[in-house]
Design a protein around this ligand. Structure first.
Ligand SMILES: [Zn+2]
Length: 137
């Protein structure tokens, strides 16, 4: 499958949302990207099972990381893998739905590493909330 075909397929699987922060591509000023779950620099291949549909911010923060430290347990843990794990098992919206909380070490480490509560995302979530497009789940 070509990269273009993979991107089309993953956009469909992800419902055109970033598979990490869940922001909708329709409200992004930048086209979404294909994140290598295992980075190319570590031998990760451009195959469907190793790619995630991601906004530029999440993809940039993830960079070549595959693990991060969970602040609660202090343990290094794998980052969230959208191809093998369910988002709702690791993340939830806080009582203030502008913020994500991690339900597991993987969820918490991924929120920290990818900065899933970064200020621009909070602003976007606030605007989407006003037009009843947030939270998505
Ligand atoms: Zn994102």
């Amino acid at each position: 499958m070509s990269i273009a075909d993979l991107k089309t397929e993953l956009a469909k699987i992800a419902h055109r949302r970033c598979e990490y922060c869940l922001s909708p591509e329709a409200f992004s000023t930048q086209p979404f990207e294909l994140d290598h779950i295992i980075p190319e620099s570590l031998g990760g291949e451009p195959l469907l099972q190793n790619l995630a549909y991601a906004c530029r911010g999440c993809n940039s923060h993830k960079f070549n990381k595959t693990t991060a430290v969970d602040a609660i347990t202090g343990l290094t843990t794998d980052l969230f893998n959208p191809r093998t794990q369910a988002w709702s098992e690791h993340f939830a919206w806080d009582t203030d739905p502008l913020y994500l909380i991690g339900l597991t070490p993987t969820g918490r480490a991924t929120i920290d590493a990818l900065q899933l509560n970064r200020p621009k995302l909070i602003e976007l979530r606030g605007l989407l909330l006003e037009i009843h497009r947030h939270p998505p789940i």
